[in-house]
Ligand binder design. Structure first.
Ligand code: HEM
Length: 398
């Protein structure tokens, strides 16, 4: 098998539509050659949308013109600078006490629910809401409709990165349309609101309302749901047990629930989970022209899937039925690439790491002695996103 590119063909399965790049050096090279390997396919639906789903989106004039993650033109740098201003290192550091306050409130809510009913789902009580509140506050946007934002985020991830059936697509498209209509209203309201906010800054930079909706659509999902998913996986792996289990992502004994209650312990868990099974394990590019990667010819239009975390990509990358994937439990050499690299590198990397470590730490401190009630939960397994959907725990021994 060619070491740089991997195209997989499995008897009885569709051929993987992507050129898969796993070697960290080659992944880095692709990310650093945006003229050759464009991000234009970043937000394309993995499963082509059916007529009925498209009509639902068209009715609300849903459109995702390239502005940030999928923008391969020279307007990208200026727009990125505006967005980056809301997540500067100084702004993120200044947010730390607020993140801790939200994490403590969430952990206390989980403790209350445990005391009241004997169990709680840590995805809902601990992981879901703090990242969404932090993101909205940093962007100068109203903190409202959080339950809807969470639901819209996961639905849109499935619509664009999953393998929904035509019936599921229709439901997901309705959710995406609802989100888009809400977003357009948010943009309009924000332009007339007092104080500084993301959309005012983008309008001053010259972006149109559809462009601002496109940016908001990506950012309001990427800026919080990915962190929720990282926290969910970290909580699950910590509570799954502290033994090393061959062929799984389980954490070793040095990363126990008890150790996670310290700042160093929680940071170490987050680094480990990012390296082994990040919430964004892959990302896409498309060859803009006939080009080469190492010794390999890559034809114009070839869709490329980059492995950013773990050693997860197998033939099932093409499969509509995604079996649970196993990680080696060993940090991948690519761990420096988990937030991408180059001109499109994630603008929320520091924020996400900080939030995730604080949320895990506060939960571990507030909830000693809890055990996992459901050891085999359903997982989100989309092309570029993954996490357990629930982390249900109980007090004491199972
Ligand atoms: C665990 C959480 C997160 C992970 C794993 C993650 C991962 C990624 C990855 C892999 C990319 C693509 C990079 C590339 O194309 O080179 C990306 C882009 C991006 N991320 Fe994140 N992200 C996370 C959280 C966040 C947060 C909290 C924010 C909010 C500030 C954010 C904002 C963005 C933006 C704006 C881009 C597009 C940047 C551009 O195209 O210039 N992400 N992220």
């Amino acid at each position: 098998m060619n070491p740089t590119l991997l195209t997989t063909e499995v008897p009885g399965q569709a051929r993987c539509p992507y050129l898969v790049v796993r070697d960290p050096e080659a992944v880095r090279e692709v990310l650093h050659r945006p003229e050759d390997f464009s991000p234009a396919n970043a937000l394309l639906a993995v499963t082509p949308l059916t007529g009925p789903a498209l009509r639902v989106l068209q009715r609300v004039r849903f459109a995702l013109p390239p502005v940030l993650a999928s923008n391969d033109t020279d307007t990208h740098a200026g727009i990125r600078k505006i967005v980056a201003g809301f997540f500067s290192p100084a702004k993120v550091s200044a947010m730390e006490p607020r993140i801790r306050e939200l994490a403590q409130e969430a952990a206390a809510k989980a403790a209350e629910e445990l005391a009241r009913s004997g169990e709680t789902d840590l995805v809902q009580t601990v992981a879901a809401f703090p990242p969404a509140v932090v993101m909205l506050e940093l962007l100068g946007l109203p903190v409202k409709d959080l339950e809807d934002i969470k639901r819209w985020g996961v639905d849109s991830m499935e619509l664009f990165w999953g393998w929904p059936s035509p019936e599921q697509q229709l439901q997901l498209a309705k959710s995406a349309a609802e989100f888009y209509v809400w977003l357009r209203q948010l943009v309009t309201d924000s332009l007339n609101a007092p104080g500084r906010n993301l959309f005012k800054s983008l309008a001053t930079h010259g972006l149109s309302v559809p462009e601002m909706c496109s940016l908001g659509y990506f950012l309001l999902i990427a800026g919080q749901e990915t962190t929720t998913q990282l926290v969910s996986t970290a909580l699950f792996r910590l509570l799954e047990g502290s033994d090393v289990v061959e062929g799984t992502g389980r954490l070793d004994g040095s990363r126990s629930w008890k150790d996670a209650a310290s700042p160093d312990g929680s940071r170490s868990v987050i680094s480990h989970v990012l390296a082994t099974e990040s919430s964004v394990p892959t990302w896409r590019r498309v060859a803009a022209l006939d080009t080469k990667l190492g010794d390999d010819l890559v034809p114009a239009g070839a869709e490329i899937l980059l492995e950013l975390s773990g050693n997860l990509i197998t033939a099932d990358a093409a499969s509509p039925v995604r079996p649970p994937r196993k990680t080696t439990g060993q940090p991948s050499k690519a761990s420096a690439l988990v937030f991408g690299s180059g001109v499109h590198r994630c603008l929320g990397a520091k924020l996400a790491e900080l939030e995730a470590a604080i949320i895990v730490q506060e939960a571990a401190e507030a909830l000693p002695g809890i055990t996992l009630r459901d050891t085999d939960p359903d997982w989100i397994r989309f092309l570029s996103f993954q996490a357990p959907r629930t982390v249900t725990v109980a007090r004491g021994q199972p």
